[in-house]
Design a protein around this ligand. Structure first.
Ligand code: SIN
Length: 543
């Protein structure tokens, strides 16, 4: 370990997933290319364009398909009268279990109120208290109510709508939907010069960027159980790794304690702010169990609540536990949580009489592409922000509702830095013509849909909430086997590329989890339940 870093070798990877021939590929040009339209990407695009860049922002599906859009609880910021920056900073550091970067935490927390105010000015409909101030609530790990919410439990949607409105009213931003960014392109000097992807017409297209901002979001879909939308398939992490970016803290996947559990229905987040407003966790026997696990009971940190739920499921031999909000005022509930209200009603759950079945699922990739405090990656002209980035704000565990805030802060920084870089006279991209060929594979072709299903189950079983050495090692063997038959192929559609990306990233997640023989934050090793500061108060990096 050097400088609190444990270095692992990045797996050997084919440089690009698809053959490239610039002579026969259609091309677009931007000063600043942004990949991803969650809060970080949109905020980055606005900043870069506001500074004078011609910006192209692309997303894999539609503007609504992001983790941000689905965010329910809210955005954490110091807005309450008794609250303080010092308290928000301490809560973030404590939840991060010793490996946050204090300077980053301080910057993010202090920028919070101004950026929330800016969102308000741009039209985000934050819910208000009777005195007209922004209404705030509690979440686990927060010492004060500081989670601002909008449209009840549709905070992400309200924020994205305001940012999209701003983007669409900014002349020098072009939005391209249904563009699957397959790879980041680098020149012979390893400098990032844009992306190759498939556009909405199914045609390969290169977008050259003097600078590129990666804001592709997370990787929840690598797990069978997840709160994440279909698009969260680790694409940005994998393409960054192929381009030579350093990936950090990949063992830290945050599991959200409460996902609606109805067999056969797709999993849906049940926001933590429901517990912030007084919801109680009960097991199948009706017993409230959280006080037996932590002094903060329902509002303990997420990793503790998730493990407590699993333990209680095991004890009671059940597939789930329940959230009890029978004591809530019906009108308050439907006004404060309209989305969940509609969701549970669609399954005929009457919350005044019935309990809501829930269990934990994969929620947020804490690790990601390593950046410095100015959103620079180790690849020149490539920046990263939002969930795909590892800024060291979260350390080993993310404090609830800190991610929308991080997206705003680092989106703004990335946009500003990209502008500075795009404006430099020597920032010519240096390469506009090249060819990359891939030989045809003669190995058997696996059924990618089948591999994906098996991979998600494998990750859930072996790289999930509770981990052991042997299954982690086996996981790597199984993934390596699949990789031999999948990574050597050339695909021409999303499912194949997603499968390649997920296999690439999952191997690193399992390897990092095997390497960290201790428990810290979201990473819990049943065979090493203690935190080992002497060996592991450190980051694991693939380079
Ligand atoms: C939630 O609403 O519980 C999720 C918020 C978050 O993950 O920050």
């Amino acid at each position: 370990m050097k400088d609190n870093v444990i270095k692992l070798k990045r797996p050997e990877l084919r440089r690009y997933l698809v053959p490239i021939n610039t002579a026969s590929t259609q091309q677009l040009f931007a000063d600043c290319l942004v990949i991803g339209t969650g809060v970080a990407g949109l905020r980055a695009a606005i900043e870069a364009a506001g500074s004078g860049c011609e910006v192209i922002i692309v997303c894999k599906k539609n503007l609504q398909d992001s983790n941000t859009w689905n965010a329910q609880g809210g955005i954490a910021s110091v807005l309450g009268r008794n609250d303080s920056f010092a308290s928000h900073i301490e809560d973030t550091l404590k939840t991060g279990c010793g490996i946050c970067d204090r300077q980053t935490v301080e910057q993010v927390v202090k920028d919070g109120p101004g950026l929330v105010k800016e969102l308000l000015d741009w039209g985000t409909e934050f819910d208000k208290s009777q005195d007209g101030s922004i209404s705030i609530t509690l979440e686990g790990g927060h010492s004060f109510a500081r989670v601002a919410h909008a449209l009840g439990d549709s905070t992400g949607k309200a924020i994205v709508q305001a940012l999209i409105h701003k983007v669409k009213n900014t002349a020098n931003i072009t939005v391209v939907e249904n563009f699957y960014a397959i790879d980041i392109i680098t020149n012979d000097d390893g400098v990032c010069i844009g992306t190759i992807g498939q556009n909405a017409r199914g045609v390969m297209e290169i977008i050259w960027g003097k600078t590129t901002i990666l804001a592709t979001g997370g990787a929840g879909r690598v797990y069978r159980e997840t709160t994440n939308p279909d698009v969260a398939t680790a694409d940005g992490l994998a393409m960054a790794a192929r381009a030579g970016a350093v990936l950090r803290d990949m063992e830290f996947m945050q599991f959200h304690p409460t996902t609606l559990y109805i067999a056969g229905a797709s999993r849906a987040l049940i926001t933590e702010t429901l517990r912030g407003e007084g919801a109680i966790l009960r097991d199948v026997n009706g017993d409230a169990f959280m006080a037996g696990y932590h002094k903060d009971a329902e509002l303990a940190p997420r990793d503790i609540v998730s493990r407590a739920i699993l333990a209680q499921m095991l004890k009671t031999n059940s597939t789930h536990v329940f959230l009890d909000i029978r004591h809530f005022d019906k009108v308050f509930f439907s006004k404060r949580f309209p989305l969940i209200s509609e969701l549970v009603a669609s399954f005929d759950i009457d919350v005044s009489k019935d309990l809501i079945p829930v269990r934990p699922s994969a929620h947020y990739m804490v690790g990601g592409v390593k950046t410095d405090r100015l959103a620079h990656t180790n690849i020149k002209n490539l920046f990263a922000c939002g969930e795909v980035a590892s800024t060291c704000l979260h350390g080993a565990n993310r404090l609830g509702s800190n991610s929308l805030l991080e997206g705003l802060v680092f989106g703004r920084i990335a946009g500003r830095e990209a502008f500075k870089q795009s404006g430099k006279p020597n920032s010519d991209m240096g390469l506009r013509k090249f060819r990359y060929d891939i030989p045809q594979s003669d190995r058997s072709r696996l059924d990618t849909a089948d591999v994906l299903n098996s991979l998600r189950s494998l990750m859930w079983r072996n790289v999930g909430i509770i981990r052991f050495a042997k299954p982690l090692a086996e996981t790597q063997e199984i993934i390596s086997f699949w990789q031999r038959y999948v990574l050597d192929k050339i695909f021409d559609s999303d499912q194949g590329w997603e499968c390649q990306n997920m296999l690439t990233v999952c191997l690193m997640m399992a390897k990092a989890a095997e390497t960290r023989t201790e428990s810290r934050g979201t990473h819990f090793r049943d065979d090493f339940p203690q935190t080992d500061d002497a060996k592991f108060k450190a980051h694991i990096e693939f380079e």
